[in-house]
Design a protein around this ligand. Structure first.
Ligand code: ADP
Ligand code: ADP
Ligand code: ZN
Length: 214
């Protein structure tokens, strides 16, 4: 099963993608996580990506597309995968479709997690990310057992620089301009599924499972 997660920054794509990956036993491929790992390791790609990410802008398509296409050709993706944070532009979606059709393959579902802009700032300012393993928490809606520490690996939890309100506003504008058109794109392909992302995370997940099947 091959799935794309769509939605504004903070809509809950990562949270749901992790739950999907665990239930259906497929890899979770997050371009944001890949970039953050590159930044942490000081790679050339990380240096380039950081310039854009810090401003709330998208990393240029040419730095993203091959990275993802190479990743889903790996062995662990043979039963499918869930893409989180990719595609984010029409050219990325077209490159993805071209790569899949060259392999005689196609995407199965694009799940749009709907959350209005007014809820997003709240979600982002409360989001905390683990510096060790990348796990995501929310100070109110998904609090760690010990404040400021990751449940899984014990490392510190931080507020991402790009989750500060001034950057979130840029990211929302970028989302509306460049990423939201993908909803029409996948509607036209007949693979869009909409879920209400304002519900409790378990209810969002149940709605997704009812689309994907048990
Ligand atoms: P969020 O969890 O808020 O949706 P991500 O972790 O997916 O954010 O992405 C963080 C940042 O990484 C984005 O703001 C953007 O700068 C960059 N990025 C991630 N994926 C892509 C992509 N497919 N195309 C361009 N930039 C990307
Ligand atoms: P995205 O990957 O779309 O940027 P995340 O999955 O990282 O979004 O979620 C953004 C923040 O909102 C995180 O702090 C997360 O714990 C929290 N969150 C995710 N889903 C929900 C939900 N259904 N209700 C409340 N908070 C949520
Ligand atoms: Zn951790």
């Amino acid at each position: 099963m091959k799935i794309i997660m769509l939605g504004a920054p903070g809509a809950g794509k990562g949270t749901q993608a992790k739950m999907i990956a665990a239930k259906y036993d497929i890899p979770h491929i997050s371009t944001g996580d890949i970039f953050r790992a590159n930044i942490k390791n000081g790679t050339e790609l990380g240096k380039k990506a950081k310039e854009y990410m810090d401003k709330g802008l998208l990393v240029p398509d040419e730095l993203v597309v091959d990275l993802v296409i190479d990743r889903f050709k790996e062995d662990d993706c043979k039963n499918g995968y869930v893409l989180d944070g990719f595609p984010r532009t029409i050219p990325q979606a077209e490159a993805l479709d071209a790569a899949l059709s060259a392999m005689g393959d196609k995407m199965d579902y694009a799940i749009n997690v709907e959350v209005p802009d007014e809820n997003i700032i709240n979600r982002m300012s409360g989001r905390r990310a683990c510096v060790g393993c990348g796990a995501t928490y929310h100070i109110k809606y998904n609090a760690p057992k010990t404040e400021g520490k990751c449940d899984t690996c014990g490392a510190d939890l931080i507020l991402r620089d790009d989750d500060k309100p001034e950057t979130v506003i840029n990211r929302l504008n970028v989302y509306h301009e460049q990423t939201q058109p993908l909803i029409d794109y996948y509607t036209n392909k007949g693979i869009i599924a909409e879920v209400d992302g304002t519900q409790d995370m378990n209810d969002v997940f149940n709605a997704i499972v009812s689309i994907l099947g048990e």
